[in-house]
Design a protein. Sequence first.
Length: 44
Amino acid sequence: MTDQGGTKPAITETGLAIQVPLFVEQGELVKIDTRTGEYLERVR
C-alpha cells in the first residue's frame, strides 16, 4: 500500500467501505482493485 503509514476509512460513491492513506481527501478520485477492494492509487 503506502510507505507513509496510516490509513483511514472511506466510503465510495457506490457505498463500498475501504481504507485509504491519510493524504487522500474527500472528493478525490482513487483507483481500487476490484478483485480485493483495496486502494491502489490516487487518480489525478
